[in-house]
Design a protein around this ligand. Structure first.
Ligand code: UDP
Ligand code: MG
Length: 339
């Protein structure tokens, strides 16, 4: 029987502390799966270096020389987790039947990949890794993350609760994913939109093996905001609603004050005046800011900039190199050795 070729895609940004361990663990998983005849012998691990400033790329490159299952894709600069992941999926798709994406920090249980494969063989195109317990996450991270998922659900955005970017996708699912041309990439929101048969596998999230989180609070909040404004226009409708409410309230108050004036009981009125100025001013600023946010998105989308640029790719090196390719590659080789 022909077994599927699997590529495990790992986006890495300044991960020198964990990388060797990640290589070992993923390599072991891959070897076991190959031995079990669940996947084909050509299966690989693809590390995407998202413009790291530390030794991440040289570790990847050295590993790729030692182990022919390990490959690297070096992006020309840091483009963020989501874009780096997409780069890996698109590269991985070319020579595999399914791709699993996983973070470099070993927080997600690597043994679950086996279950992913079993589900894939049952015919599922997308298998989501869902965190059962998040005890090891910092309480702030856990509560903000859970609040985020709940809010997204309230806003009618179809997200898988407690699923991050640990998932399996089939070749054809990635093909469809590539057709989503948006620049403001939020994969967790887009993948469920594909609509192919999908299922979930549950696991417990562990602590980061080493190194620090690349998502401090500020980045996390902006990621959440990005997710909301990329997928939902409810906030903008909410502003409209608040606008209407404040308009009718001010009508009510207006008529109340006019009646008072006719009865002759007018107040000096400074307090109410100043509060309403601030209130309305604030509301207007919020509305303009929020609308600006959407316009900003339109602005970015309209430029259609490439989402990432590949510098070095040891994954899709052609098998039969022509003389010219060898020459071009020798320059690439020099460049790799510069690192
Ligand atoms: N990452 C990346 N580019 C970035 C930031 C992060 O490729 O600009 C990678 C990082 O190396 C890791 C994954 O994205 O493999 C998730 O990051 P992290 O574990 O720091 O996030 P957390 O688990 O704390 O949310
Ligand atoms: Mg992590």
């Amino acid at each position: 029987m022909v077994e599927p070729i699997l590529t495990i895609v790992v986006p890495c940004y300044n991960e020198e502390d964990v990388l060797s361990e990640t290589v070992n663990q993923l390599n072991e998983v891959l070897n076991n799966l190959i031995e079990e005849k669940l996947i084909a012998g050509q299966s690989k691990i693809l590390f995407v270096d998202d413009g790291s400033k530390d030794k991440t790329w040289s570790i990847i490159y050295k590993e790729s020389l030692k182990n022919n299952r390990v490959h690297g894709l070096k992006l020309a600069r840091n483009v963020g987790h989501q874009n780096a992941l997409l780069a890996g999926l698109v590269a991985g798709k070319t020579s595999s039947d399914c791709v699993v994406s996983i973070d470099a920090d070993l927080q997600d249980d690597v043994n679950v990949i086996r279950e992913f494969i079993l589900k894939f063989k049952e015919g599922f195109d997308i298998v989501y890794g869902v965190r059962g317990k998040r005890d090891t996450d910092h309480v702030l991270k856990r509560t903000t993350a859970e609040a985020f998922y709940t809010m997204m659900q309230k806003l009618d955005v179809n997200l898988i609760y407690n699923h991050a970017d640990y998932r399996l996708m089939s070749k054809r699912a990635i093909g469809e994913l590539e057709k989503f041309e948006e620049v403001n990439l939020f994969l967790r929101g887009i993948v469920p939109l594909i609509g192919f048969p999908s299922t979930s596998v549950y696991y417990d999230r562990k602590e980061r093996f080493a190194g620090e989180t690349k998502y401090p609070l500020k980045k996390m909040l902006s990621f959440a905001f990005e997710g909301i404004t990329s997928f939902s226009v409810t906030p903008i409708r909410f502003v409209l609603l608040v606008g209407f409410l404040s308009f009718f309230t001010s009508l009510l108050f207006g008529s109340y004050f006019i009646t008072l004036k006719f009865i002759g009981e007018t107040e000096t009125g400074w307090t109410s005046l100043i509060t309403s100025i601030w209130l309305i001013g604030g509301l207007q600023l919020i509305s303009i800011g929020l609308i600006g946010e959407y316009i900003g998105k339109i602005y970015k989308e309209s430029k259609r900039r490439p989402k990432y640029i590949v510098d070095i790719d040891t994954y899709n090196l052609t098998q039969q190199l022509t003389e010219r390719d060898v020459y071009v590659d020798s320059i690439g080789q020099n460049r790799r050795e510069l690192l």
